[in-house]
Design a protein around this ligand. Structure first.
Ligand code: AHG
Ligand code: MN
Ligand code: MN
Length: 340
């Protein structure tokens, strides 16, 4: 029987991959895994306990209804980051402003974490997969002082690690530190994440596309052309592409990472800047996609090259298999030339 590799063993083995291997990033990743186990427990009870399921009755700064679990997950991760000593500050989708931790221990922390505590939370009530998405940067402010807004607004290319936890039919943690992507499945009987998907590679092309097609008539021509192309009969496969849209970015992305495909959330009349948030959702998944051989773009610019201007900035988002992303970018260029 082959030996099971736990997440902690794997993190320790790979510590030498990090440019500044002092063990802090390893500890931080391990803290994230612990917080995610606590959130898994709460997510698994969501249908049973009124204190966990349902809307909190408040909206976040982006005007979206917050679910109780959004706030439970947010608090759980923040607590872990605040007590760990590796992180000097965080920014989360559920908080209006970033948080600079004020203990002496935290001020010495070298990292900041930007995260979406629960992605797809409108799916909680209907028992559909949701997840946590995180992004880790080295601080640019001075160690020993408070974290600053500049620490938070770094371009995605500066990420030192990124990952997500998917609370699906099983819980999985997938992450990269810039040396490939690895996936771990939580074995509930032993409470450990075990390496189940080593060195993940995204297929260059897939058979599925993922978009909220309710928006098809209120987005740009190039996207409409691409979706029309997906729906054409393809003699090579004897069918059109299949549409798959879960409505939890993290779950749609996970499928694409494994099977190939494309996810598109363009700018629309309703969301003129796009719907998804650059620093909490788009950047971390873009780093994972690129590390696995895929691409992520606004349609005009590589996601990881964007310098964020504000915390809750939204961007148009196209992510997935290389050949499919290149195709849609080509159609956007073509339709933009025609428009001029
Ligand atoms: P969140 O639950 O963190 O607010 O994110 C929801 C996001 C994303 O997960 C999903 O793909 C998208 O919003 C769905 O938006 P539509 O309902 O407009 O399709
Ligand atoms: Mn989200
Ligand atoms: Mn969220």
């Amino acid at each position: 029987m082959s030996k099971v590799t736990t997440l902690n063993e794997f993190i320790m083995d790979r510590q030498h991959d990090f440019a500044y291997a002092t063990g802090e990033l390893s500890r931080l990743l391990s803290d994230i895994s612990v917080a995610s186990k606590i959130v898994t427990r709460d997510v698994r009870r969501a249908g049973l306990v009124d204190a966990i399921q349902g809307a909190e009755g408040v909206t976040n700064i982006q005007g979206e209804a917050q679910q109780k679990l959004d706030l439970i997950a947010d608090t759980q991760f923040i607590r872990m980051f605040e007590s760990g000593g590796e992180v000097c500050g965080i920014a989360s989708e559920e908080n209006d402003d970033f948080v600079a931790f004020d203990s002496d221990l935290s001020k010495k922390g070298k990292y900041v974490v930007l995260f979406d505590p629960l992605d797809g939370s409108s799916n909680i009530d209907v028992n559909v997969s949701i997840g946590t998405i995180f992004s880790i940067y080295r601080r640019v402010s001075k160690t020993g002082e408070f974290a600053t807004i500049e620490d938070m607004l770094q371009s995605g290319a500066e990420q030192v690690a990124a990952g997500y936890v998917l609370y699906g039919s099983s819980t999985m943690l997938v992450y990269t530190t810039g040396a490939g992507v690895n996936g771990f499945t939580l074995d509930p009987s032993i409470g450990e994440y075990c390496l189940s998907h080593p060195d993940m590679k995204m297929p260059e092309i897939g058979k599925q596309y993922s978009m909220n097609e309710g928006n098809i008539n209120i987005c740009e021509q190039g996207i409409q052309d691409f979706i029309a192309h997906c729906q054409e009969y393809d003699p090579a496969t004897n069918r059109p592409y299949s549409g798959r849209y879960i409505g939890s970015l993290v779950a749609d992305f996970h499928r694409i990472l494994i099977k190939g495909g494309i996810y598109i959330y363009p700018d629309t009349k309703n969301h003129p800047e796009g719907r998804l948030r650059l620093i909490y959702e788009c950047n971390p998944l873009a780093m994972i996609a690129e590390q696995a051989g895929g691409l992520a773009t606004t349609g005009r610019k590589r996601i990881l090259d964007i310098k964020p201007e504000k915390l809750h900035q939204r961007v148009p988002y196209i992510i997935g298999s290389k050949l499919m992303v290149e195709r849609v970018v080509g159609l956007i260029e073509k339709s933009s030339v025609v428009e001029k």
